[in-house]
Design a binder for this molecule. Structure first.
Ligand code: RP5
Length: 172
């Protein structure tokens, strides 16, 4: 693998069943041209693998970890406890409690060990937050992020409900 292809963002899920949500983060990072990986790392089923992943991530070139888990969602917090890399938590929606269980498990961290937690199921925002962190030291990523945000604004302004000529800053 070329050094340029080494993943900068490590996306991990507690189970392969989390992948449909986390693949949205992977897709967005791909659009932004940010190298990433997507792996299963279970806090409860493979605690030793979790520790090894956290302990080796920085030396492998990972700069931000995006961690998704559902239910008793200990993966993001435990990763955060074992690395100084920023960890963004994605609460995975659950059948029984709608993901509120995941959200509270991830967001209610003790003082000193933060996990930047996004909304339930909102892996796209986790990807954007990871990209914003990387953009602090990478002008190319910052420009691609700016273009991504501008495209989203254009989509709103181009909506047919805004086609009545009211002034919205685009010469309307
Ligand atoms: C958590 O348990 C995982 O993050 C997943 O969201 C949930 C259920 O896992 P499976 O039983 O589908 O493997 O650890």
């Amino acid at each position: 693998m070329r050094v340029a292809d080494r993943p900068l963002v490590g996306i991990v899920g507690g189970s392969r069943s989390d992948f449909p949500v986390l693949e949205k983060a992977a897709a967005l990072l791909g659009e932004l041209g940010i190298a990433h990986e997507l792996r299963v790392v279970s806090a409860h089923r493979t605690p030793d693998w979790l520790f090894r992943y956290a302990e080796t991530a920085a030396s492998r070139g990972i700069r931000v970890i995006v961690a998704g888990a559902g239910g008793a969602a200990h993966l993001p917090g435990m990763l955060a406890s074992k690395t100084l890399l920023p960890v963004v938590g994605v609460p995975i929606p659950t059948q029984d409690l709608g993901g509120l269980d995941s959200l509270l498990s991830i967001v209610q961290m003790p003082r000193g060990i933060p996990v930047a937690t996004v909304a339930i199921g909102n892996a796209e925002n986790a990807a954007i937050l990871a990209a914003e962190i990387l953009a602090l030291g990478d002008d190319g990523i910052r420009e691609r992020l700016a273009a991504h945000r501008a495209a989203r604004a254009e989509a709103v302004l181009d909506d047919e409900s805004n086609a009545d000529g009211l002034p919205h800053g685009r010469g309307g």
